[in-house]
Structure formats: structure tokens, C-alpha cells
Ligand binder design. Structure first.
Ligand code: SF4
Length: 1024
């Protein structure tokens, strides 16, 4: 007899089956409970307690695969374990590779395409689930008209199927995927189920092969009872469509073998759940159910709708609600979290759980491909066959397994980014380019970066180079595997992973430790599998990488719950839970949960429809899949006995909008519920409001420096502080470093021009201190030789390999330098002022240096002023020596007197003061100016801006041209006025110094302040 027991979720179907099983056991009748494989663990855990003590004598819980093994054990037959997804992927990939030249439709895309591999596997598992063989596809292809595009597709599928099967049988003797077919054949020969009863629970549908086995069971067993989750066997509700189909198919088989069919209908046990949950169970997908406009019917305490901004916020919301439930007396084990596909939450939800110390079990398995070892192997292989792209080399380093410390890794990355290192440049024996970019000066930090970069390069590249030599020299898969194994041995991966596991264990991360410890043997197993499965295959390193990547991508590291009382987290289609008091559903967004149905295989919906005309029926048509999607939601929401929380998000991570799914909106409508925006949002805004209130005080209170401190300031530091105290604080006290780049930048113009002018004029300066200026016609030749020296110092790259942008920059700068040199030589050749020093450092002890300039503050602190003067010219007249300081600027720079008192522009006055202070009795101020190139209407002209002493003889010494073309734009200042400017400069410096020492660090954004601020990307007030 076939007994069909139907009833909605929670109506007691399993209890009824168990009651009958108990009675059978008491009567000494042999009986089986057949459940889906994912359900077996829970059934074996929970059911024996509910059965009589002698259950073990008569009763067995089985699933289809286990049953096949039992049958083969008893009657003989191959009991191959099922092939892992990874192996199936590898065999399918190799099938596609070898059949590609013969394929009519997929010849081009089949070769070396990982996506095609998984599409084909999905298609064949769908075809096999529907009992459709390659032979049948070929027969139908013969019948299709010539012009039908489906014809070639079916021929291809038939050929691929045959080749794949042949490869599988060669490797495993027989295809383990056929074991249900072989079991059915065995059952036709032997009465395995004679005198027994079979109870079938928790299935919604069966594959064609499973139906074959069920038919044998129905023919042999005294009773077959199947529980089906549906309100009625003739249900009109969309989510029970699949179950209804299953019932019909079972009835059809029973009719064929002349079996009596008995139907039992169960009803929901309303008393066990609250009204809201009962209503949801009954009407969730009953679209014609009347919506009662009653504001009191909502289950405000038991059902919650939570709206979050994105998945990260959603994960926080889930965890905080779990903690709230625990505070109310729930155990973790009574709570479950379900997503349509939990993979989308991996690394987000589990991270949030760990952050808050919530024990959880992610029922999905850990993907091997997410592990650093996987990334190391793939990055190394890609680095080798793509000839060392920076991305792969860096990703290899970041795995933490390449033998490079975290610190060296980040400095290596910084250096590679600065100099855009890629390809064969990684194989250089040593790098010497300046980490500070295109400048001849190397800071201490730059030295540190350079050393670390070279250290990391030698550690990483030598093993990679060896791997490259060995793997490229070998054609066979096995020798490639050996080369890879040797690479891993050189890196001492096994030892590294053991150490890592030990650290994880000590930190109490048992699950991670147990996974880490298994990684190496898993990898070795994978390499051995490839050698075993494709022993004679020859392939390029790129193909080998694809093969490895397919196996990695399909390998899971099974993990078991590491604690009894934990929140179960899983995917709606596979997760099985029982005794759940509170269920939280996440990702209830349109298209996600329930998932939108689309053609995602090789055969489209239309083609399946066409094939049905040739007697190939698909149980996986769109309507069925849609029904399944609705059922997954139904099953999840009805598992909760007390609380149901539904979460949706309004935005993707990239900010694009999302809308709530039908399931979420149905519950909202049915219960008349208000959704709640996740509280963290308010908490956060309250926090940030509090922060901004406090901000006014905290920003001005960076730790003050004690009285008696020594503060070193320069013109640029003072200007940074005047523009924005926080800019000064972050750059000079926190020492946040702006990302350097060897690509041309504004700062590089200055470095280049300073170098060229200094070296050019040094060549013209005679030993006796006089100038021997070159002829105008010689300027270009001299400048070019100076530029050559500059390039070899800052950018030791062969011009042939030089970045296009860099070449363009130097061409432009050369032009500009020559233009300014012409102007400078013209000026110097008619002036009585003669260059006396270049790049003179204030406070340096060398002969070219100037004495330091220090100012005392009221609290006893001292400010020492630093700086480097581009050029100092002198002119002697009677007893006095007049000084002119010159500062080169690569862009427009107008000097304003008022900027001295504010501290915005003290440079010229500070420099003048520094030179005069070196000998106040002899030296007198003559002039101070900026020399810069100005662009106007596409024309470049050389300009000067600054001050000049209001003294005719000095002015004449400076500029003897009839129209005073070199001094006419300079601001005339008397000796007294220059002294006043110096006092203004000193007072600006002391005022800024006192504010810095007091800890002032507020943000004062403005266009000028923020434009070149090194922390602007991370500053909430930046003017962008
Ligand atoms: S970005 Fe603007 S406001 Fe922010 S620290 Fe820099 S200069 Fe100040």
C-alpha cells in the first residue's frame, strides 16, 4: 500500500510517521525511514530518543546514497563513493578541452573556459535528474530540422556526455553518479524490502533515478508511507506545486503496479504557535486571502520587519537581535538565521557573530578557494604564466605565506605602486629608485622602504623564478604538479600552516585551527588527484592553472559544529533545522529571496518546451522552480515556533537601490506591521552627533607639548598650520605620509627645476667666486647634460622602458627649464649681484650651510626654523654687502606683504633674515624674490615677485636694463620697512608655534587648504 500523508508545516507529519514506526518496532516489523541526505544528521540525532529502546533491532534511518551502499554490500556491486564536485569539474573541463575541435556549437567557448565547465555540469545534472541520457539527446537531434539551432546543441551535449562518461568510467571503473540506476537494477533482482515498511519523510521532490528506486521499494515493501508538505494533495497554492507533482507521480507509479493508495490529511496545530505565525503559515502565498484591516492583528512582539541600509548593517541587526533574544531567555541553539544563499553573507555575517561573541554554525561548508593557500598557489601560477603582473605578485605576498612579514609586504606594495613595477622589473637584482618619487633627496623613511622592498623582492622572486623555470619546462600535468609541490616545499608551507594553526588554537579559534591544519594535505590530495585523473595529459601552464583553479573552487573544507549551543546559519534550499523558537531571515530583497528565475543553463526554457514535444520531460521548468523558491521561504518562516524576524536592505554596497521582496511585503501586508529601520542607524547618528559636539573641543586639544619644548618649523609647516591646524597635526605630528607616485606630479616640476638651475649655475661659477656665464647658444647643450645626470639619479630606468607620462613630463620640463635659464642668464649677465651659494640649508653645519634661526617663546620653549634657500646672490658696495635671496617656483607665486604677518607666506623674509643673521654687521638686505613661470593665454613668461630695497644704487646693481624689466614688479621697501617685515615674520612664527604647542588641531577647510592636503581623502571636512 502507498500511504500519502499531507499537511502543512508543523501539522505533525513526522510525528505520525514516528508513531507508526514505534508501533512497527513493538510488533517486530522491519522498517526504514528514508530522508534527504542533509536531513540525516538531525534525524539520527533526534529520532532514536522518541522510539522504543529496541529500535536498533528493527529500524534504520537511511538516505539514498547510504541505501545504495547497503544494497551493494548485500548483493554485490560497486560502492564507489560519489565523485566530488571538484573532480567532476576537472573531468568536465578536460572533456570540453578534448572535444572542442569536434563541437559544432561550443567549440570556441569550451576550451579553457571555467564558466562553461560549470554550466555544462549543471545542465547534465538537470538532464540526468530528469532521466535524459546523451543517447536520447542524439536521437532527438536526428529528428530536428536542419535549420534548428537546437540540433547542434543537442549533438554537442550528446558528444560531451559520452566523452565525460567514458573519462569517468576510466577513472572510477563506473560512474558513481549512476549508482541509483544500478541500485534499482539490483532491487529488481533481489527483494531487499520484502516484509518491511518504508517511511519517507522531508522530501519535496525526487529525481528520475530516485523514482526508479522508489518504484522498486513500492513493489517490495508491505507499506510505503510518504509525508508531503502541502495543505492538500490537490492544493492550488503556488508553493505546493512541486509537492503536488511529486504526489501525482507517486500515485501514477502505484497505479502502474496495482498498489492501493491511501490518503491522510493533517491540519496545522494552531495552538503550538502564536496567531501571527499561524496567519503567516496559512496565508503567506495565498494571494486571494482577505486582508483584514485590523491594526491589532499584528504580531508586533513576535514578528519583526527590519530594514537596513546594506548587508553590513543587516549583519549587525541580526547579531544584536540574537543577543536580545538570548537576554530574553532563548538559547543560541533555538535560533536560526537563513539566507537564500548564505555564500553572499560569508565574511560578513560570521564576522559580525564573531565580533559580538555569538556562537554559530554556518551549515554551508568553508570554501577552499577563500583560503590563503589557494590564493598563494593561484597567484604564483598566474604570476608565472602572465610574466609577473604586479597584481599577482602583490596578491601572492598578501597571503602571508610567501615568507615576507606584514610590514615588509606593505612597504613592498608602496614601493611597487610608486614606481609602477611590473613584469621583468621584478626580476632586477636590486632596486635603487627613490621611494619618495622623482627627487634626488631620500628621506629616512624612503631608505626604510627601499630596504624592505629589496628584502621582500629577493624572498619572493627567487622561488617564483625557479617555479617558472621548472613549470614552463615541463609539459605533462604530473611534472607540473611536481614543480608546484617543490615550490611549496621551498616556501615551507607545511611548517607555516602548522604554526598558524597552533596560534589559532591558542587564541581559542578552534574551527579555524582545524581547517588550517587540514589545508596542506587537502592541497597535496588535489595535486595527486590531478595526476591520477589526467596522467597522460599535456597542457600549458595557463591550462594547468585553470585545472587547479577548478578543483580549488569546488573543494570544501567540511566543518562540524564546534559547540552544541550555537545559532544555526544556512541557505534556505539546503538548511534543515528543527526545534527552532526564533528564525531570522536575511536578504529578503527582490530577486534574491525568493530568487528570480532565469535561464541559467545551456538549455533555455523555450528549448525545454520544444523538447517536451519529443517526449523529453523536465521537472525543472520555470513554473516548478518558481514554486520551489516560494516553498523555501515558506519552509523557513514556518520553522519558527515563537519569533520571526525578517530583514531587508535598501542598498547594495555600491549604493545602488534595492527593494524589499514579495515575501517581506506579504508579511508586512498580512500583519499590518510597521517596519523598523535598524536601530544602529540611530545609534550611529547619535554617536556622530555626540562626536561632532565634542569635536569642537577635541579638535583643539591634541596633546599639548610641555613648557620648555623645542619645536622645529619650516615655511611649509607654518603655512600648513595657518591653512588648517589639523593638516599640520596629521602631516607633522602624526606623520601621515601621502602616497608617493613616480608618475609625474606637481611637486616633481619643482624638484627637476631646482636641480637643473643649481647644477647649471654651479658650472658657471668660477673658483674665485666670479661668474663665467655661457653664451645663450650653449644653454641647451649644457642643460641637456645636466638633465641627463638628473634622470640617472632619480629615475634609473632605461628610456625605452620609461612610462609615456614620464617621458612627456621631462620633455615639458626641459622646455620650461631652458626658457627660465635664458631669462636667468639674461638677468645675471647685466647684474652686479653674483650667485654666492645654492641650496643653502639654514641650520646646517657644512660650509654651505647657514647658522640656525631660533626664536624664544614666552613659556621658555624654543622654535628652530629650518629651510633651504635656492640661491643667495651678493653685491658689495663700499663696506656693505647687499644680499638677494631667490626662490624658484614652478608655477605662479605672487608675494603679498600682508601674507607675512599672517604667517601664510614668510619664506622670502625668513630666508633674508637667516642670511642677514649670519653676519648682521656686514650684510644688508638688497632684494628677495620668487622666480616663476607664468602661463597666460597658452604663453609661458618668466616673472618675479618679491621685494627690493628702495635704494637707487642697489636697484641699479640689480637691474641695469632701461625699462627695469627684472625688478619693475618687485615691491619697493625701505630698510625700516624690511625690518618691520622681519618682525612681522617673527611674530607670526611665535604665534603659530604657541598654538601648535598648546595642541591646536582643528580642521579649517578651504579650497586652498584642502587642495594639496595629504589627508584629504580621509578627512570628513575636506573641500573636494
Ligand atoms: S582636508 Fe582640509 S580640512 Fe581636512 S585636514 Fe586637510 S586641509 Fe584640513
Amino acid at each position: 500500500m502507498l500511504k500519502l500523508i499531507c499537511g502543512p508545516s508543523g501539522s505533525g507529519k513526522t510525528d505520525l510517521l514516528l508513531k507508526q514506526i514505534s508501533s512497527d518496532i513493538q510488533n517486530g516489523i522491519r522498517c526504514f525511514l528514508l530522508v534527504p541526505e542533509q536531513q540525516a544528521y538531525i534525524s539520527e540525532r533526534d529520532i532514536p530518543q522518541k522510539l522504543p529502546p529496541n529500535a536498533g533491532l528493527y529500524f534504520e534511518i537511511v538516505h539514498f546514497s547510504g541505501l545504495a551502499e547497503d544494497v551493494f554490500r548485500k548483493y554485490g556491486g560497486v560502492t564507489n563513493a560519489s565523485i566530488s564536485h571538484g573532480i567532476r569539474s576537472l573531468l568536465m573541463w578536460d572533456t570540453l578541452r578534448s572535444t572542442a575541435p569536434l563541437l559544432k556549437q561550443y567549440g570556441k567557448s569550451a576550451k579553457n573556459d571555467g564558466t562553461m565547465t560549470s554550466l555544462m555540469l549543471n545542465t547534465f545534472s538537470e538532464l540526468h535528474a530528469n532521466g535524459i541520457t546523451g543517447e536520447r539527446l542524439e536521437e532527438v537531434a536526428e529528428l530536428l530540422p536542419l535549420e534548428s539551432p537546437l540540433k547542434n546543441k543537442l549533438y554537442d551535449l550528446a558528444l560531451i556526455d559520452a566523452t565525460y562518461r567514458q573519462k569517468t568510467e576510466e577513472a572510477f571503473g563506473s560512474d558513481p553518479e549512476d549508482r541509483l540506476l544500478r541500485m534499482a537494477q539490483k532491487l529488481q533482482e533481489h527483494d531487499y524490502f520484502e516484509n518491511s515498511r518504508v517511511y519517507i519523510d522531508s522530501f519535496t521532490s525526487f529525481t528520475a533515478r530516485e523514482f526508479d528506486v522508489l518504484q522498486c521499494i513500492m513493489e517490495q515493501a508491505d507499506l510505503v508511507a510518504v509525508s508531503l508538505c502541502a495543505d492538500d494533495l490537490y492544493s492550488s497554492l503556488p508553493h505546493f506545486e512541486t509537492v503536488k507533482e511529486t504526489a501525482n507521480r507517486l500515485k501514477k507509479i502505484a497505479d502502474q503496479i496495482g498498489l492501493r493508495v491511501e490518503k491522510t490529511k493533517l491540519f496545522p496545530k494552531s495552538a503550538e504557535k502564536n496567531d501571527s505565525l499561524n496567519l503567516i503559515e496559512r496565508d503567506l502565498w495565498r494571494f486571494d486571502a482577505p486582508i483584514v484591516p485590523d491594526s491589532n492583528r499584528g504580531g508586533r512582539d513576535t514578528v519583526k520587519l527590519i530594514k537596513c541600509r546594506n548587508v553590513y548593517e543587516e549583519a549587525e541587526a541580526v547579531v544584536l537581535n540574537v543577543l536580545d533574544l538570548v537576554q530574553q531567555g532563548y538559547r543560541y541553539g533555538e535560533i536560526a538565521v537563513v539566507a537564500r544563499d548564505i555564500e553572499g553573507y560569508r565574511g560578513i555575517l560570521d564576522a559580525a557573530m564573531e565580533r559580538y561573541g555569538v556562537p554559530y554554525f554556518l551549515s554551508a561548508r568553508t570554501d577552499f578557494s577563500s583560503k590563503p593557500l589557494f590564493r598563494l598557489v593561484l597567484s604564483a601560477l598566474r604570476a608565472v604564466y602572465k610574466h609577473y603582473p604586479a597584481q599577482e605578485v602583490l596578491s601572492l605576498l598578501k597571503t602571508g605565506l610567501a615568507g615576507v612579514s606584514l610590514q615588509d609586504c606593505s612597504l613592498f606594495e608602496e614601493y611597487c605602486e610608486t614606481w609602477h613595477i611590473s613584469g621583468s622589473r621584478f626580476l632586477d637584482t636590486a632596486w635603487s629608485m627613490n621611494p619618495d618619487g622623482l627627487t634626488t633627496e631620500k628621506s629616512e623613511r624612503a631608505m626604510e622602504i627601499l630596504e624592505a622592498a629589496n628584502r621582500a623582492r629577493s624572498v619572493v622572486m627567487e622561488p617564483l623564478r625557479l617555479l617558472s623555470d621548472e613549470i614552463n619546462a615541463s609539459r605533462s600535468v604530473c611534472s607540473k604538479c611536481e614543480a608546484l609541490y617543490r615550490y611549496l616545499t621551498r616556501l615551507q608551507i607545511s611548517e607555516q600552516l602548522s604554526n598558524r594553526a597552533e596560534t589559532e588554537l591558542k587564541a581559542g579559534r578552534r574551527r579555524e585551527a582545524s581547517e588550517t591544519v587540514r589545508l596542506y594535505s587537502l592541497l597535496c590530495e588535489i595535486l595527486a588527484q590531478i595526476c591520477r585523473l589526467l596522467p597522460d595529459a599535456e597542457m600549458s601552464t595557463e591550462e594547468f592553472t585553470t585545472a587547479i583553479s577548478l578543483l580549488f573552487g569546488s573543494t570544501d573544507i567540511g566543518s562540524v559544529p564546534n559547540t552544541h549551543d550555537c545559532v544555526t546559519v544556512g541557505s534556505a534550499s539546503t538548511m534543515r533545522v528543527e526545534k527552532i523558537r526564533a528564525m531570522l531571515l536575511v536578504g529578503l530583497c527582490e530577486g534574491e529571496f525568493p530568487r528570480a528565475i532565469s535561464d541559467d543553463g545551456i538549455l533555455t526554457e523555450k528549448e525545454k518546451e520544444l523538447l517536451e514535444g519529443y517526449d523529453l520531460s523536465f521537472a525543472s521548468r520555470e513554473s516548478v522552480r518558481y514554486s520551489e523558491e516560494l516553498f523555501y521561504v515558506y519552509r523557513a518562516v514556518t520553522k519558527a515556533t515563537e519569533r520571526l524576524y525578517l530583514c531587508t536592505v535598501t542598498n547594495e554596497i555600491d549604493g545602488s537601490a534595492r527593494s524589499a521582496s514579495l515575501a517581506y511585503n506579504r508579511v508586512k501586508l498580512l500583519l499590518g506591521l510597521e517596519e523598523e529601520a535598524f536601530q544602529l542607524r540611530q545609534i550611529r547618528s547619535a554617536l556622530s552627533a555626540a562626536e561632532s559636539k565634542e569635536g569642537a573641543e577635541t579638535e583643539t586639544s591634541a596633546i599639548p607639548m610641555p613648557a620648555g619644548s623645542t619645536l622645529r618649523l619650516s615655511q611649509s609647516k607654518i603655512q600648513a598650520f595657518v591653512l588648517c591646524p589639523y593638516r599640520y597635526y596629521s602631516s607633522y605630528r602624526l606623520q601621515l605620509r601621502e602616497k608617493k607616485d613616480s608618475a609625474p606630479s606637481y611637486a616633481d616640476d619643482g624638484n627637476f627645476l631646482h636641480y637643473v638651475f643649481e647644477k647649471f649655475l654651479l658650472q658657471a661659477l668660477c673658483e674665485d667666486g666670479t661668474l663665467s656665464l655661457p653664451d645663450m647658444s650653449e644653454i641647451e647643450t649644457i642643460a641637456d647634460s645636466v638633465i641627463k645626470g638628473y634622470l640617472s639619479a632619480v629615475c634609473p630606468i632605461d628610456p625605452g622602458e620609461m612610462d609615456g607620462k614620464l617621458l612627456h613630463l621631462y620633455t615639458r620640463l626641459r622646455k620650461l627649464a631652458i626658457l627660465i635659464l635664458h631669462d636667468m642668464i639674461a638677468e645675471l649677465s647685466q647684474s652686479l649681484f653674483v650667485p654666492n651659494g645654492f641650496e643653502r640649508v639654514i641650520g646646517a653645519s657644512d660650509p654651505n650651510g647657514l647658522p640656525s634661526v631660533s626664536l624664544s617663546l614666552r613659556d621658555g620653549s624654543v622654535v628652530i626654523l629650518n629651510g633651504k634657500i635656492d640661491r643667495v646672490d651678493l653685491f658689495q658696495s663700499n663696506e656693505r654687502i647687499y644680499v638677494r635671496v631667490v626662490d624658484y617656483k614652478s608655477g605662479e607665486h605672487r608675494f603679498k606683504l600682508e601674507d607675512v604677518a599672517s604667517g601664510m607666506d614668510i619664506q622670502l623674509i625668513l630666508y633674508l633674515f637667516a642670511v642677514l643673521s649670519s653676519n648682521p654687521h656686514k650684510l644688508a638686505a638688497g632684494a628677495a624674490h620668487f622666480l616663476y613661470a607664468d602661463q597666460e593665454n597658452g604663453k609661458t613668461s618668466i616673472k618675479r615677485s618679491g621685494i627690493v630695497l628702495e635704494d637707487e644704487s642697489v636697484k641699479q646693481a640689480l637691474d641695469s636694463t632701461p625699462n627695469k624689466e627684472f625688478t619693475k614688479k618687485l615691491l619697493p621697501q625701505t630698510e625700516e620697512e624690511i625690518k618691520t617685515r622681519i618682525e612681522e615674520m617673527k611674530s607670526a612664527v611665535t604665534s603659530v608655534a604657541e598654538r601648535i604647542l598648546a595642541g591646536e588641531a582643528k580642521k579649517t577647510p578651504s579650497e586652498d587648504a584642502c587642495r594639496y592636503c595629504p589627508v584629504r581623502d580621509n578627512c570628513d571636512k575636506a573641500v573636494k
